[in-house]
Design a binder for this molecule. Structure first.
Ligand code: NAP
Length: 204
């Protein structure tokens, strides 16, 4: 019997993608011996206000540029192909149906794990993917440990701590800096910054 492939999913609004996202995925790849990581921009993050002029095409293009030099990072347009609000549970249902020879590992930051019960069908999500979660700060906090234990006791869930160095970078701070005319150097790949300036993104 052939072994199932271990595929990481790095989902995000990526508005824009930055080194925090890339480092998280790279750490997950090595720490959990994954076979590859799918970078999957969310089409319609109903839980976020998208007030700037950036289109989903821009967000996807920036992801493709950012991951292009990493051979184990792959782009997935899975969520971009669906209309309406984007739900992770639908993504996992589609993927597990299309590729039953893969096990999925959903990579996330701690904030997402604290909110996961407000997502659509959390029990189904947790049954279809192993969760790899990174904390804020460089160690596993008591609050995150409690949340992992709580979810594992309540659901059929496997949640592992991702021991990733945390970069204090956020997409909202990058957008703020651009509006304020401040530097975004060293926060994201230079080629992504070039795309942002060439397309005049985030200035208003
Ligand atoms: P995002 O803001 O682009 O962030 C993507 C991921 O990167 C998050 O898990 C975030 O952690 C993490 N991250 C951000 N900055 C980081 C840094 N400096 N270092 C390390 N990690 C960092 O994307 P998002 O809008 O939160 O969406 C994440 C995924 O959750 C997407 O796939 C989305 O579809 C899914 N989602 C699904 C539902 C649903 O199904 N109902 C609802 C909400 C989200 P934090 O969470 O800690 O910020």
């Amino acid at each position: 019997m052939s072994k199932k492939k271990k595929i990481g999913i790095m989902g995000g609004t990526f508005n824009p993608i930055h080194f925090g996202h890339l480092l998280l995925a790279e750490t997950a790849y090595h720490q959990f011996h994954l076979d590859g990581i799918l970078f999957m921009p969310t089409k319609n993050p109903y839980y976020k206000k998208m007030t700037n002029s950036v289109t989903e095409k821009d967000r996807a293009a920036m992801v493709q540029i950012a991951i292009s030099l990493n051979e184990h990072f792959h782009f997935s347009g899975e969520e971009l192909r669906r209309e309406g609000a984007t739900y992770t549970v639908e993504t996992l249902r589609n993927l597990t149906k299309k590729t039953p020879d893969c096990d999925y590992y959903f990579i996330m930051g701690a904030d997402s794990l604290y909110h996961i019960e407000s997502w659509k069908e959390p029990a189904a999500i947790l049954s279809m993917a192993v969760i790899l979660v990174a904390g804020r700060g460089n160690s596993l906090s008591g609050a995150l440990t409690s949340q992992i234990e709580y979810l594992e006791n309540k659901y059929d869930a496997a949640i592992h701590y991702l021991n990733s160095p945390m970069l204090e970078i956020s997409s909202s701070d990058i957008r703020r800096r651009i509006r304020a005319g401040e530097s975004i150097r060293y926060l994201l790949p230079r080629e992504v910054a070039d795309y942002i300036y060439a397309n005049d993104l985030y200035r208003t």
